[in-house]
Design a protein around this ligand. Sequence first.
Ligand code: XMP
Length: 319
Amino acid sequence: NWKFNNFVKNTIENIKQRVNKKKVILGFSGGVDSFITASIIYKAIGNSLNCIFVDTGLLLETEKEKIYSLCKKMPFSIKIIDAKNQFLSKLIGIVDPEIKRKVIGREFLSIFQEESKKIKNVEFLAQGTIYSDVIESSVFSKHSSESIKSHHNVGGLPKTFMKLKLIEPLKQLFKDEVRKIGEKLGLPKEILYRHPFPGPGLGIRIIGEINEKKISILKQAENILLQELKRFNIYNSVNQAFIVLLPVKSVGIKGDKRTYEYAAILRVINTEDFMTATFSHLSYDFLEKVSNRITNEVDGINRIAYDITSKPPSTIEWE
Ligand code: XMP
């Protein structure tokens, strides 16, 4: 308790001094980490904070709606930027997961760069980076080829990226600690206990090449999953749940017709800190319901498999 109170107090004080009269732009994703980062910075510098939410086209509709409605309730203002076409066009033809992540990360930065030019006196870019993002992106090795995966918001700013300095107040904390800070700040439980949604979004849940058709298929499947997690009262007892769309098709039968459609993976995990995780031991009733609904209701998926690997040796996301 004492540790977290002090953390918040010291962090606010440090940011206040560091930023002084300058302005900060913050890449706001709507997730726990960026909410808490924004709240702390707002306490330090008030309206000198400019939050920017980028609609990459790789978000779930439910995520977007939730974020839009939360945005209205927050004291700080959040500018929403529609960058769907920009992201999609840059991702055409890209299959390699690391290149995908780098393209997405670069696109975010280029948007922040454009936005920072529109505001006078911007000197800082704030991000909700937490410790596990940093570790997985680099710490195991100095050679980037040996890192686990490049989280979209990690790696510092390229030299050409104006002269913005980074503010990342949560960089030393794990997810469970970040949530405790959020509780201290009095943020609503519906924000604090939402499942994380990665910055690169559905882009890293479509294995192989991304296109609009696949995004639409995956969105429908994820929606059904979310509905059933709530209906079975499972949402709060697991830490993350999603669908991965494979680039593999399989033969099936719907009605009395042959189908040749994508196979998809259901991934549901339990974890403390997202550094290690186990697959969730869910009931067959739940698994059956999700599989039946997705294969019956979503045009384009005719097979679902449940991922029963832990982290390690797998990671939570597939890319
Ligand atoms: P992995 O797949 O590395 O995921 O086991 C650990 C947690 O991090 C999330 N994740 C990301 N979050 N940007 C983010 O904001 C990213 O690039 C990114 N990659 C993975 C993942 O959803 C899980 O919660």
